[in-house]
Ligand binder design. Structure first.
Ligand code: NAD
Ligand code: TYD
Length: 340
């Protein structure tokens, strides 16, 4: 039985990871640290809160005293850091909080790990640290050896954190690992991101804003497959190593938006091509052969099935996303898309 700190557990992937752990490792104690930014939602963790092996702390990972006191009380064996500012578009508007949470927050967590001792610190990173790939070179994929080459304040902050994690391993022998995953989709995805935004807008017969020409490609992975990969790395992956996670599922944005329209029975005429994102990365594509060879991981959910399941989830969980649309999100949407 282990005690596992999961930071950012009230967000999209962190909450899915908590439910994955509660289901697959029912004897483990899960300690969630989340300060509930606009992207964090305690209602997501409602079912977890009923489990006696789960505890929630509303704490900012940059708050050193707060983080230390949780480590002192809970004696974690493993720390998995999901807490981050995660939206590229917001990072272009306001970079500073990205640097604070994503870099300095990582430092605070690792300092606590050094002070109190842990078996593993795992950093949840992103394929965006590798920059982008051209559309006309489908043979090129990101490997763990691809140089770091970032485009947005978000990806730069994640890359800086990765370098700090590797430095703590080399300098202080902190037992770390890093995973770099491609774009996730699934339940509890905040509706500012492509897939949930398009589902929610289409359900309201609102315009579907596709940046540029919609040709940008992302490599989509169902969130539960990502959670299983992290769990494997944390328990069986080698210390000091980076593992890429991806599903060999490259899709152009426009094709995804059309698929969502088709699943919902909405017309493609809802699609609007709008002003492109600044510095917009063209293509992400992961080579996941290292995690496959070393840990036997393969994605299990096919994109067509995962997208169906995801749309179905949004159809049956309006009580989760409706309140989000009426709050800060409304102002955000107006600002980002109002006269785009
Ligand atoms: P998210 O924005 O949905 O959730 C982030 C969570 O972190 C929220 O609950 C928020 O309240 C919390 N948080 C933010 N700042 C905090 C702070 N200072 N202290 C404590 N809690 C804080 O993000 P997500 O999509 O679930 O991403 C989780 C992690 O996975 C991130 O590190 C992200 O970089 C990485 N990642 C995401 C994707 C993806 O497709 N979403 C892909 C690869 C990697
Ligand atoms: P996003 O979900 O923000 O993830 P990321 O930028 O981290 O890959 O966006 C996925 C892709 O969809 C990206 O190429 C930008 C594009 N996009 C749109 O075309 N319209 C939108 O309204 C959003 C949010 C994203």
């Amino acid at each position: 039985m282990s005690t596992i700190i999961v930071t950012g557990g009230a967000g999209f992937i962190g909450s899915n990871f908590i439910y994955y752990l509660l289901k697959n490792h029912p004897d483990d104690r899960i300690v969630c640290i989340d300060c509930l930014t606009y992207a964090g939602n305690l209602s997501t963790l409602q079912a977890a809160l009923e489990n006696t092996n789960f505890v929630f702390y509303k704490t900012n990972i940059c708050d050193r005293a707060g983080v230390d006191s949780i480590f002192e009380k809970e004696h974690p064996d493993i720390v998995v850091n999901f807490a981050a500012e995660s939206h590229v578009d917001r990072s272009i508007e306001h970079p500073e909080v990205f640097l604070q949470t994503n870099i300095l927050g990582t430092q605070v967590l690792m300092d606590a790990c050094r002070k109190y001792g842990i078996k593993r610190y795992h950093q949840v990173s992103t394929d965006e640290v590798y920059g982008d790939l051209p559309l006309d070179r489908p043979d090129l994929l990101f490997t763990e050896e691809t140089p770091i080459h970032t485009s947005s304040p978000y990806s730069a902050s994640k890359a800086a954190a990765d370098l700090l994690v590797l430095a703590y391993h080399r300098t202080y022998q902190l037992p770390v690992s890093i995973s770099r995953c491609s774009n996730n989709y699934g339940p509890y995805h905040f509706p500012e991101k492509l897939i949930p935004l398009m589902i929610v807008n289409a359900l309201h017969d609102k315009p579907l804003p596709v940046y540029g020409e919609g040709k940008n490609v992302r490599d989509w992975l169902y969130v539960e497959d990502h959670c299983r990969a992290i769990d494997l790395i944390v328990r069986n992956g080698r210390e000091g190593e980076v593992y890429n996670i991806g599903g060999h599922n490259e899709m152009a944005n426009i094709d995804i938006v059309k698929l969502i329209c088709d699943i919902l029975g909405k017309p493609h005429s809802l699609i609007r091509f709008v002003k492109d994102r600044k510095g917009h990365d063209m293509r992400y594509a992961i080579d996941p052969s290292k995690i496959h060879k070393e840990l036997g991981w393969l994605p299990e959910t096919k994109f067509a099935d995962g997208l169906q399941k995801t749309v179905q989830w949004y159809l049956t969980h309006q009580d989760w996303w409706e309140p989000i649309l009426s709050g800060e999100y409304k102002l955000y949407y107006q600002k980002m898309y109002g006269d785009r």
